[in-house]
Ligand binder design. Structure first.
Ligand code: 3ON
Ligand code: FE
Length: 492
């Protein structure tokens, strides 16, 4: 009886755990070559460089780190021109990376659970954090910047990916000051240049959010700081023409186990399911009053987009039921996907006249890493692209790309299951002359995927108009790249 019960209970998974785990092997090698193993054809009018950041090392000289978010930043650059593609990857030579590689052992505590060897006694009172520059990579104002939200960016050479050093953004950031890993770009209207909007958070008993806006040359247009009550963990933000919008997750922070060397900082974050989630709207003019609206408790890392419509603000986000942390003792490679909440796509409607919030679940399939056509950031939009699980229910690794059409409610899905694993898709609009009208989905989706069958990664190029056709080109690398975080595309 027991066997038959467990057999009925056993779900058929779309992936094999050992396959998934191998995508988290370190990639210590740095390479530099023309990609010659290509299926299909690189679109002739796709020109530019796809940059992507993420943890390159999941161990330091054989000693595993506790969580991938603690892994040293490694940047990949795939430069595409005239139908050819060149691959390069380099580690960000942060102070911590260089010191640990030289010592051959873990010298720093990580935010997500990595501890120095020797138990709590070796970690007690060590409150230094290692800037690992692993979360995002942007090319802005002539600088290539590797971002990590708890410290200053590292600047890299965009051609060689060599590390130039910590970058204070022309003296804007004092040593050690944070700069978030989730800037948003507002497209300039009527020939005006684009604006980059980013933020920084200094958490504490009360937390300070600073907003920064930069013009295309990287010059600071303005900045303004706001103090909000309580500890804030704000990974991402969305913008509209008038607001920067944050979701203050209902969490509390008890730093004692961190100070005593027993847990890392993120392991001291406690989800409080009885507290509401707060939507914080900071006016971009820096002078109008900050608005705070309350909604259902949930946890958000990433927002998709936001826009304003007649006194209401809409926000699309990837929502978790609670904070999906791994416990202090667990090995992330052995995580029980079923016991962790899955990210779902939610749409929030914030009513600014009566301060109420309504929300609905747009898509309950497990998903992460949303993207859209860059011209629609902060504006009403029709199409969203997002990494997704192969199965419509349950928490699972990303193995597919989902395209959602908000107008027709149609969905397209392209899956690489059972042996492939997906990363963040990046939308690249088809380059056209400025006066040519194009559809919102006229462009490509670029994504690094891991293929466990060959233990290698490939750059996938999908035609965003119809992703079900499968890739227009698959550029196979000679090796694997560990699952990563965020990237960007620059045509300059
Ligand atoms: O004590 C505070 C708490 C805290 C957590 C202060 C603090 C600023 C030091 C801090 C630090 C936060 C940091 C450094 C956050 C870094 C986050 C990071 C590197 C990545 C987050 C990724 C999020 C998601 C949702 C990734 C999804 C990945 C997959 C679906 C797998 O492929
Ligand atoms: Fe992120």
């Amino acid at each position: 009886l027991e066997t038959s019960q467990s057999q009925t209970a056993a779900k058929t998974l779309s992936y094999d755990r050992t396959d998934w785990q191998r995508g988290y092997e370190s990639q210590p090698n740095e390479s530099d070559y023309w990609i010659d193993d290509i299926e299909g054809e690189i679109p002739a009018d796709l020109e530019g460089t796809f940059f992507r950041n993420g943890p390159g090392l999941l161990d330091i000289n054989g000693e595993p780190i506790h969580h991938p978010f603690d892994g040293d930043g490694m940047v990949c650059a795939i430069a595409i021109s005239d139908g050819r593609a060149h691959f390069r990857n380099r580690f960000v030579h942060t102070e911590g990376y260089l010191a640990e590689q030289k010592a051959g052992k873990i010298l720093h505590r990580g935010v997500f659970g990595t501890q120095k060897p020797g138990g709590w006694l070796s970690n007690i009172f060590d409150l230094k954090i290692k800037n690992i520059a692993n979360t995002n990579i942007i090319y802005w104002g002539g600088k290539l910047l590797a971002l990590w939200e708890a410290a200053e960016p590292y600047r890299l050479d965009p051609c060689t990916l060599e590390t130039i050093g910590l970058d204070s953004l022309d003296g804007l950031l004092k040593p050690g000051e944070p700069f978030a890993a989730h800037p948003r770009i507002e497209k300039g209207q009527n020939g005006a240049g684009d604006t980059l909007v980013n933020f920084s958070v200094k958490p504490g008993l009360s937390s300070t959010i600073t907003i920064y806006e930069f013009d295309e040359s990287g010059k600071l247009l303005h900045s303004h700081a706001h103090t909000i009550p309580g500890f804030a963990f704000l990974h991402d933000m969305v913008i509209t023409p008038n607001y920067c919008i944050f979701f203050q997750n209902p969490v509390s922070f008890n730093p004692l186990p961190f100070v005593l060397g027993m847990r890392s900082a993120a392991q001291c974050i406690q989800f409080s399911p009885k507290k509401p989630t707060q939507a914080i709207l900071i006016p971009r003019n820096g002078t109008d009053e900050v608005k705070v609206l309350e909604t259902e408790p949930c946890f958000v890392f990433h927002h998709c987009n936001a826009w304003e419509e007649a006194g209401e603000v809409f926000v699309d986000s990837v929502c978790y039921e609670s904070f999906p942390n791994v416990g202090p003792d667990g090995d992330f490679l052995e995580i029980d996907f079923d016991s962790l909440p899955a990210g779902e796509l939610w749409r929030f409607k914030l009513n600014l006249s009566d301060n109420t919030v309504e929300h609905k679940v747009i898509e309950s399939r497990c998903c992460e890493f949303p993207t859209l056509h860059p011209n629609y950031a902060g504006q009403p939009y029709r199409y969203l692209y997002i990494g997704a699980a192969n199965s419509p229910t349950g928490n699972a690794p990303l193995q597919a790309i989902l395209k959602v059409d908000f107008l027709t409610k149609e969905q397209q899905i392209w899956s690489v299951a059972p042996r492939g694993f997906a990363g963040e898709p990046v939308f690249v609009p088809r380059a056209v002359s400025p006066d040519t009208a194009t559809a919102e989905d006229d462009g490509w989706l670029l994504m690094l995927m891991y293929d466990a069958a060959k233990h290698r990664s490939s750059l996938v190029i999908l035609d965003a108009r119809d992703i079900t056709k499968g890739p227009v080109a698959l550029l196979h690398l000679k090796h694997h790249i560990p699952y990563g975080l965020h990237g960007s595309f620059t045509s300059s």
